[in-house]
Design a binder for this molecule. Structure first.
Ligand code: JD8
Length: 285
């Protein structure tokens, strides 16, 4: 996979050389190119911003440097390696690059979006600063590439670089060969269960007693059935407390008889559509 990032703060992307993403790049699974937007300016001050038309606070990123940068990078997009001749792309990978634009007004970035991006061979990220990029840039490149305006969450950041780090890590760990055996096996066996509608429960390691605090006895015994049920109950409790929206959204077939019994203990019951919700009048702690 080829990743291009265009930014006025290339040093902000230094973490892409570290850890999981950096290792994937070192192993040749990724070709990461971080570009300084100011390389595509022509004035002595390397100006990338200007005042907003219509007035208002702050500055807006000028379209010309982005246009020259994107023209050059799009001219150098890789030819996809044919993998599956019956794929949507006809096997030639003719789907082209994806332009990823982090913005608080974008669609939510999610695990599903990460998986869609992981299926593409060329992602171009355009993290902005100030009040964002002149709108005409997205309009122009939507005619020449697939553009995804994405937000990583409902909070205000000062620019798109941190969202790029977040999105790249979520995408890269899904690429074939990136995760070690321990991690990837877990994802195979629990993918549908864990992320979709259940949060993770607590985890423990040695020593068995730390500062007088014991590891739950069930985890020390070897009864795999009891351990699985205990973990599932704690995941259900955690999800009910922190993300009740996930439990409500889960299709009825997500829940086995043990889940249903424990959800009832938590004050949850199934409604007319078979989905679970808090029992009317149930008081949350
Ligand atoms: C890109 C500039 C700052 C944008 C005024 C303060 C994503 N979840 C998210 N929160 N914030 C961003 C984000 C913020 C950005 C830029 C992403 C470029 N800013 C702005 C407009 C209004 N401020 C984000 N993804």
């Amino acid at each position: 996979m080829r990743l291009d990032v265009i930014t006025i703060f290339p040093e902000y992307l230094a973490p892409l050389r570290l850890s999981l993403v950096g290792r994937a790049a070192d192993r040749g699974l990724l070709d990461i190119r971080v570009h300084d937007l100011r390389a595509w300016t022509h004035d002595r001050h390397h100006t990338v911003d200007d005042t907003p038309y219509g007035g208002g606070p702050g500055m807006v990123m000028k379209p010309e440097p982005w246009g020259e940068a994107l023209d050059e990078i799009l001219a150098d997009t890789p030819v996809d390696t044919p993998i599956d001749p019956d794929a949507d792309d006809g096997g030639g990978g003719a789907r082209g690059p994806v332009l990823v634009v982090p913005t608080p007004s974008g669609r939510p970035f999610s695990q599903e979006v990460a998986a869609e991006l992981a299926d593409r061979s060329h992602l171009i990220f355009t993290p902005a600063r100030y009040e964002g990029i002149d709108r005409r840039v997205v309009e122009e490149y939507a005619e020449r590439a697939e553009v995804r305006e994405l937000s990583i969450g409902d909070y205000v950041l000062a620019g798109g670089e941190a969202p790029v780090l977040v999105m790249v890590e979520a995408v890269v760990r899904l690429l074939p060969g990136v995760l070690g055996n321990a991690e990837s096996h877990r994802d195979d066996s629990f993918a549908a269960g864990s992320m979709a509608h259940l949060l993770e429960g607590p985890v423990y390691t040695k020593p068995p007693v730390w500062r007088g605090r014991e590891v739950p006895q069930v985890l020390l015994g070897g009864h795999h059935g009891h351990i699985a049920r205990w973990r599932r109950d704690h995941a259900l409790r955690r999800t009910a407390e922190h993300r009740p929206d996930l439990l409500r959204a889960a299709p009825p077939e997500s829940w086995d008889p043990g889940d249903r019994r424990f959800l009832a203990e938590l004050g949850w019951e199934s409604g007319p559509d078979g989905r679970f919700g808090p029992r009317p009048g149930a008081v949350e702690e």
